[in-house]
Ligand binder design. Structure first.
Ligand SMILES: *Cc1c(COP(=O)(O)O)cnc(C)c1O
Length: 380
């Protein structure tokens, strides 16, 4: 393979990740990790306190919510949230339109929690009238679970409207906001949320290793005894922080120090508005440019979150996805294969330390690769 003269690279020379997280992070976010700290080190504990204190600000809930960190990837935080907030006798209305909704349902099944599933296709948000009808019919429902941006397709779900129904029917409300947190507006109080789960390695642009659950303070004391595991017990983790200010078990110290740097950069960019604005601009450049080459998005613009975009696979038999993927990677752009049931597709993310110029670079690479495969433009 001949060297590619215009190969794109991050600040540290790595390919750009056009994926939904882990994603491309700034050099400074990685650089702060070149030290060692003990888990009882005062400097680390101060950094950790600042991280936990600032996260609720992002959902406008500094007074009413507290952050409970959970070591591990985002799913660890989702599992901690579901198994700690839903009591053994609870029943969760699980709203599913993709892989992460299915995963939550699986977690609840393993934990022996009863569920009522309302599933819609991957390109379709739940119908709020149907949600309300289910709440009226199934009286034993105690909680509603929703995914904010279902990263499977990139579809935006109506989390605030679902919350209004949770409030109307007196249900607990648990949100997986993983891929949206920090980029899309979410007001924890207006959404009537009890808990919101997210992680270090998505729109805050940190490295992977820390999940967290933003918890309504008034609900936390009542969670004692709900958990099904020791490590994912949100109540116990919270109670221990209240008592000692420390983690129960070894924290991912470097990840947390780096997450602190990522948060500083996030707020310097203007918080959710600034970060979300950059991603929206990235998304628009990407979608307009791909459409100009004949690619079609799975979702209409009204349902598309500026996080990850699903494109239909071109029908032209000369379009070979593996070749497309590899040739883009050779040019420094790593995209994301699709695993949708509704359509043969692939996905391109627009989050992480990426700017409009990077999206334009990716578009130029797509044009080059498609032409190289002998697929005529616009693609069909
Ligand atoms: C990324 C993501 C998760 C967590 O995935 P991990 O691989 O455990 O980090 C959960 N829900 C959604 C919607 C996500 O995008």
């Amino acid at each position: 393979m001949p060297a590619i003269p215009n190969r794109a690279a991050s600040e540290t020379g790595d390919p750009l990740l056009l994926t939904p997280g882990p994603l491309t992070t700034s050099k400074s976010v990685k650089e702060v990790m070149v030290h060692d700290w003990g888990s009882r080190d005062a400097t680390f504990l101060k950094i950790n306190r600042e991280v936990l204190a600032r996260l609720p600000e992002i959902v406008n809930a500094t007074d009413s919510f507290v952050t409970v960190p959970i070591q591990g990837s985002g799913t660890f935080a989702v599992e901690a949230m579901l198994t700690s907030f839903v009591p053994k006798k609870g029943r969760v209305l699980v709203l599913i339109n993709g892989a992460y909704g299915h995963r939550a349902n699986r977690i609840l099944g393993i934990a022996g929690r009863r569920t009522t599933v309302y599933e819609t296709p991957e390109d379709t948000p739940p119908d709020l009238r149907r949600v309300e009808a289910i709440l009226k019919r199934v009286k034993s429902i105690t909680h509603i679970f929703a995914v904010h941006c279902e990263t499977t397709s990139g579809v935006l779900n109506p989390v605030h409207e679902i919350g209004a129904l949770a409030k109307k029917y007196g249900k607990g409300y648990l949100i997986d906001s993983m891929s949206a947190f920090g980029a899309l507006p979410l007001d924890a109080n207006k959404a009537h949320a009890d808990a919101i789960a997210a992680s270090s390695n998505k729109c805050i642009e940190g490295v992977p290793g820390l999940g967290f659950v933003l918890c309504r303070k008034s609900v936390l004391p009542g969670l004692k005894g709900n958990a099904t595991t020791l490590v994912l017990d949100v109540h116990d983790q919270w109670a221990n922080f209240e008592k000692t200010g420390q983690y129960r078990f070894t924290p991912p110290i470097h990840v947390i120090v780096s997450f602190h740097q990522a948060l500083t950069e996030f707020f310097a960019e203007g918080g959710q508005k600034g970060r979300g604005g950059r991603y929206a601009a990235n998304g628009k450049v990407l979608i307009d440019g791909m459409r100009a080459m004949g690619f079609k998005t799975l979702l209409p613009d009204t349902l598309q979150a500026p996080i990850i975009v699903t494109f239909h696979m071109p029908k032209n038999p000369k379009f070979d996805f593996q070749r497309f993927y590899d040739a883009l990677k050779d040019r420094g752009y790593v995209i994301y294969p699709g695993k949708l049931t509704v359509a043969d597709s692939f996905r391109i993310g627009c989050i992480g330390r990426l700017y409009e110029k990077d999206m334009r670079g990716a578009l130029a690479a797509v044009r080059e690769v498609v032409t190289e495969m002998g697929v005529a433009l616009p693609v069909t």
